[in-house]
Design a protein around this ligand. Structure first.
Ligand SMILES: [Zn+2]
Length: 275
């Protein structure tokens, strides 16, 4: 996996010594501080809520067309990519946990990989927040890039938080015998990380209002119990132009056509949540 690379030149973001030519033709070495090549936090308001998309990591992958536009004309897609200044064949798969500050609680959707290449905690730090400022962690589904940051060295990272899991998703990873071979390692990771958090967790079903303004939606497909979330505040919504950059922590999750986090004025029915 090519993680956290600068999309403009393919180089990893790290301290580097770079040669800079000066007037007399000599070369002077200069040290550059390690800085992300682009912003890793994107914030905006939604009613009285504040929302931040947090770039945990980037995986640069090949086969843009087959991955993101199966069945479409490769030539047309490559031309579309080029006209939007995107590489014709490679693409970035971004991992973007999302923070919603409701004013009374700070709610983190997913926790990133949690490994040495993860930037989630750095993103929170950019906002002046530490892990103990998070009140609620909502897990959309049980894949490693969503649960990996929950625990470090066997201890919960977000020490004050309560957790919210989809009941079907939690049951699938902890009890089901239908986990396919390719996901057995994922299953073991889920059990290792999440089982110990169950006593602090609420288990919900689609339609459940987790908090005022945050409602779970069935998005099963990418994983058996994947949840999307509807976020509403003061009747405000989010323009569609902004939505993709802030609402798709796992773009490949959108196999049911439902964004992970939707923003709208509509109000779905809300059955009581089970804990
Ligand atoms: Zn996933």
């Amino acid at each position: 996996m090519n993680r956290l690379r600068n999309p403009s030149n393919g180089q990893e973001n790290q301290n580097c010594e770079q040669a800079i030519p000066i007037g007399d033709g000599k070369v002077q070495a200069a040290m550059f501080d390690a800085q992300p090549a682009r912003a890793r936090v994107f914030t905006f308001g939604l009613g009285s809520f504040k929302i931040a998309a947090l770039l945990d990591a980037v995986d640069v992958r090949d086969n843009l067309v087959s991955a993101l536009a199966p069945g479409q004309s490769p030539i047309a897609m490559q031309e579309l990519a080029a006209s939007n200044f995107i590489d014709r064949d490679r693409y970035e798969h971004c991992f973007i946990p999302t923070l919603v500050d409701t004013g009374s609680e700070k709610v983190l959707f997913d926790t990133g990989f949690g490994d040495t290449g993860s930037s989630l905690l750095g993103c929170l730090q950019d906002l002046g927040l530490g892990p103990n400022d998070i009140d609620v962690v909502i897990i959309t589904h049980g894949h490693p890039d969503h649960i990996g940051g929950l625990v470090k060295n066997g201890e919960p990272v977000f020490g004050r938080a309560r957790y919210v899991f989809g009941a079907a998703e939690f049951t699938f990873w902890t009890e089901a015998s239908t986990v396919r071979e390719a996901r057995l390692e994922n299953r073991d990771l889920f059990r290792r990380i999440c089982t110990g958090l169950a006593s602090q967790a609420t288990f919900i079903a689609p339609g459940c209002e987790v908090l005022p303004g945050i409602t779970a939606i069935d998005a099963a497909g990418h994983s058996p119990g994947l949840l999307a979330f509807l976020v509403e505040s003061d009747g405000h919504n989010c323009s569609s132009g902004r939505t993709p950059s802030c609402t798709m922590p796992c773009p490949s999750s959108i196999q049911s056509g439902t964004p992970i986090l939707m923003m709208t004025k509509s109000k779905p029915s809300r059955p009581a949540c089970a804990s």
